[in-house]
Design a protein around this ligand. Structure first.
Ligand code: NIG
Ligand code: FE
Length: 367
């Protein structure tokens, strides 16, 4: 249907004839882990044999195994891999991403990963990038929780803050990883350096991460799968957004959180892919399909959770509005393969878009 797109430019405007196709804003993927190397595919069978996420970490898989395969890689090689991932995200409609470090777990490697994210943010062909430091992602070999928390606060965080390579700090706050006390110490320290705060909470069980997120008024508390309604109310009262990551339960074979209760109870929420070695999903329309086609969420609510809502937790580096189609906002748009906007999340096996506009630059995928 879009074969006969026409576009022409004058000095000031480009006119694109989309033949009546629906147009939606550029999608914002507000939680990803894009910069890492290695391959954890064999873990799928370990999961199917009944091993939990933490069993797999103890068997030599999980986050620390990705750290080991990432450490020796050059900035150049990591950049090439991550750029390729970002181009796939763009093909699926994402025009802005947040990405985290977290596969270094020492100062030198964490800063190397943040430098790669900075190079990506300077590349005009890829979605724009908001960068987060996640040194508190796992306990590296040869450390205890106590010794690594101390190392983060006294050594890693000051260097990261000085580098100014990360706008925000994040912590994997989960029983078995970083507890409430350690998470609070690390996030308070990050705040003292002027960093914005984000959290991973309650991914596998309710560890009361929601209460800490509310106390610290973090920008977004993500996963939040098992957070109690009491803590969700506290988060809402503190202005904390919940970042659901539907790809993770999809990849882990677990159940879904109750997305529609967030609408009924008027909580602020977003969705994102959480692309990582355990969940290699780069498509926002796919995770939206999970909540629309599997969990009965309205497609407009899913679109709001992928555009304007994350524009507040994951702002554009220019300070301009994004996630909306409006004069004065960044010109990030997706042209769909259908006249119906609902189609944006109904083709989970392939991209629903035929063309997009990234920062005003037109990419036509039909050619
Ligand atoms: O958000 N849960 C913590 N971190 C990532 C997974 C990291 C990994 O398994 O490599 C997440 O899902
Ligand atoms: Fe994550």
């Amino acid at each position: 249907m879009q074969d006969d797109y026409q576009s022409h430019s004058s000095n000031e405007v480009t006119i694109i004839d989309v033949n009546g196709s629906a147009i939606i804003p550029g999608l914002i993927d507000s939680h990803t882990h894009m910069v890492w190397g290695g391959d954890r595919s064999r873990e799928v069978r370990w999961k199917q044999q009944g091993n939990t996420y933490s069993d797999i970490a103890n068997m030599g898989g999980g986050i620390v195994s990705t750290v080991n395969s990432t450490k020796s890689m050059s900035e150049r090689d990591l950049f090439i891999i991550a750029k390729n991932r970002l181009m796939k995200s763009l093909r699926n409609g994402t025009t802005h991403i947040e990405t985290k470090s977290g596969y270094g777990l020492d100062s030198t490697t964490e800063i190397k990963l943040l430098k790669v994210a900075k190079q990506l943010s300077e590349d005009n062909d890829t979605p724009s990038v908001d960068s987060t430091w996640l040194g508190a992602h796992a306990i590296p070999d040869k450390h205890t929780l106590e010794s690594y928390t101390e190392e983060i606060i006294s050594h890693q965080l000051p260097l990261v803050a000085e580098s100014q390579l990360a706008r925000s700090a994040d912590v994997f706050c989960e029983p078995g990883w970083f507890g409430i006390d350690e998470s609070e110490q690390i996030l308070e320290a990050a705040k003292s350096y002027g960093m914005n705060l984000r959290m991973h909470i309650d991914e596998f069980s309710d560890g009361n991460g929601g209460e800490l997120a509310a106390k610290l008024k973090v920008d977004t508390a993500d996963h939040s799968h098992y957070t109690s309604e009491d803590n969700r109310v506290k988060m809402t009262k503190s202005g904390v957004s919940t970042g659901f990551l539907p790809g993770t339960p999809y990849s882990m074979g677990s159940d879904w959180p109750d997305f529609n209760s967030m609408i009924d109870n008027e909580h602020l929420w977003t969705i994102a892919t959480d692309f990582n070695p355990n969940n290699q999903i780069l498509s926002m329309p796919f995770v939206a399909s999970c909540i629309v086609q599997r969990c009965a969420v309205d497609p407009l609510a899913a679109l709001v959770a992928s555009t304007i809502n994350p524009s507040f937790t994951t702002p554009h580096q220019t300070g301009m509005r994004h996630g909306v189609i409006s004069p004065g906002a960044v010109a990030n748009l997706n042209i769909l393969n259908s006249k119906h906007w609902e189609s944006w999340c109904l083709t989970p096996g392939h991209s629903p878009i035929s063309a997009n506009v990234l920062n005003g630059k037109y990419n036509n995928y039909e050619n």
